[in-house]
Design a protein around this ligand. Structure first.
Ligand code: ADP
Length: 172
């Protein structure tokens, strides 16, 4: 039988505990055999973390899950899903703002690849306020006064280390 593959695309710039929680929950859904976390390479966006750094942090975060793999792609997620025989694209929903953008994107993806469905996962209430950009803003302004324990409530431990490294260097 054909493997049921889901793709979870995103910038993961950086990966947060909200992303990681979603990966954890999708990895346990019996409707999929495999989940591919797809790091989007978007030439119109200037990422805060280099692609190699984002690969490193996502790789560390998916270590506990044998059915989760990582890939990168610079085209449309719908095309990637078709090329890799995936049946679903997974996205996370935090609040109303996400809904409007995600709804439009899901319909566009359906138009491009009608056989690939979009599955929305509600954010975990513990992490529903977390976005990569807000975390970066907070850390940038106050990294000296935010302890590792506090940061660990927002991002995986590998990202805590990378954030420290990044801001220590930039502050030098
Ligand atoms: P993109 O640039 O594609 O939006 P992101 O890395 O910001 O990439 O997000 C990837 C996906 O993860 C999106 O569907 C987003 O809604 C979802 N997501 C982001 N943060 C959270 C969170 N805290 N909880 C649940 N889902 C989230």
């Amino acid at each position: 039988m054909q493997k049921k593959i889901a793709v979870y695309p995103g910038s993961f710039d950086p990966i947060t505990n909200g992303h990681a929680d979603l990966i954890d929950r999708v990895s346990k859904l019996s409707i999929f055999d495999e989940l591919i976390v797809l790091i989007a390479i978007n030439p119109t966006k200037a990422p805060r973390f280099k692609l190699e750094e984002r690969i490193e942090m996502v790789n560390a975060a998916i270590q506990p899950y044998p059915n989760v793999t990582i890939d990168q792609y610079s085209g449309l997620t719908a095309h990637y899903a078709l090329e890799h025989g995936a049946c679903a694209i997974v996205r996370g929903l935090r609040e109303l703002m996400d809904f409007e953008k995600e709804f439009q994107m899901a319909l566009m993806n359906r138009q491009i690849a009608p056989q690939v469905d979009t599955l929305f996962m509600m954010a975990n209430i513990k992490y529903a306020h977390l976005s990569s950009s807000l975390i970066m803003e907070v850390v940038q302004m106050g990294w000296e006064n935010i302890g590792d324990e506090k940061l660990s409530e927002m991002v995986p431990s590998v990202v805590v280390k990378m954030l420290r490294r990044k801001f220590q260097h930039e502050g030098e």
